[in-house]
Design a protein. Sequence first.
Length: 322
Amino acid sequence: MNGNTVVFLDAGTIGDDFDLPDFSCFGEVVMHDRTRPDQVTERIRDAAFVLTNKVVITAEHIAAAPALRFIGVLATGFNQVDIRAAAARGIPVCNVPDYSTHSVVQHVFTLILLLSSRACALTASVRRGDWSKSAHFSYWDKPIIELHGKTMGIVGFGNIGAGVARTANGFGMNVLAYAPRPKPAPDFQPFAFVGLEDLFRRSDVISLHCPLNRESEGMVNARLLGLMKKQALLINTARGPLINEQDLLRALENESLGGAGLDVVAVEPMADDNPLRFTPNCMITPHVAWCSVEARIRLMERVRDNISAFLNGKPVNVVNGV
C-alpha cells in the first residue's frame, strides 16, 4: 500500500445491494469485509484514510499508523475511535450525522404498530388455524391498542427524536420529551419537555433516542421501569446498553410492562442465551433501523464528501476538534 490508500475496515456492514460511490479518486482502495482487533494495526499501518463502522481504533493503532491523515466513521456514533489520540496527532475524526433519520423513525413506528396491533402474534395465530376454528368473524386474545390520544414519551431530542415526535403528532398522540440540555420546542401541540421520571410515569409509549455514555448506560433500570404504566410499550433503536436487560426481562415476565420493541441489545450480535430472545411480549430486530437502502446510500455519499471536504482544507462533521 502507498500513503494515499483508503482502507475500509468493515465494509461488510454496509452491504452489497447498491453501488458504492467512487473512492478511487482519493487513492488505492482496500476493502476488508470485516477486521478482527488483532488485524487492525497491520491493515491501517500505511493508510492515509481509514474508514470504520464498528471496528475499534485505539490510541495504539493510531500511533502505529504514521501515514494516517483522516479517520471516517460510517455512522453517527463515534465511540469506537479514540478521538483524543487522533486529535493529539492532528487527525480529524469525521462522522455522518442525520443520514438515517427517516429510516429510524419508520422503524420505531414499525415496532410500535406491530406491538400495539399485535399483528405478528395474530398472524401466527391465523397460521395455526385459530381463525378457521373461531365461532365469530373476528377474534383477539389480548387488547389491541389505538395510538390516537395516547402519550408518546421521547428520551433524547436530536434529529431522530424530533422526527419521532412529529410522526407521533401525526398519529394524534400527545408528545412528551426529555432532553438533558435545552432544545427548541417543535411547532405543534400538545408537546412538553418534562423530567425523566415524569416522562416514564405519564407515557403510554416510550422511545429511546439518546447517546450511550457514562451517564446513560443502564439508565432504564428497575426504578424507571417500575414507574411505567402496566400496558406501556418501551422502544429502543438507539443503543442496547441504555437498558438494564435483566430488569427489563423481569418487568416483561411479571407483566408490569405491556411490551418492548428492541432493535439493539447490550451485546451484538445477540448471544444465543440472551433470555429476551424468548420473551413473548418482546419484539427484537437485528439492529436494522438505520439500514434502509436509501439511508446507506446517503451514508456513503456523505463519507465521500467528508474526505473531499478535508482534502479541500474545509473539514466538516469533525467530532474531535481538529
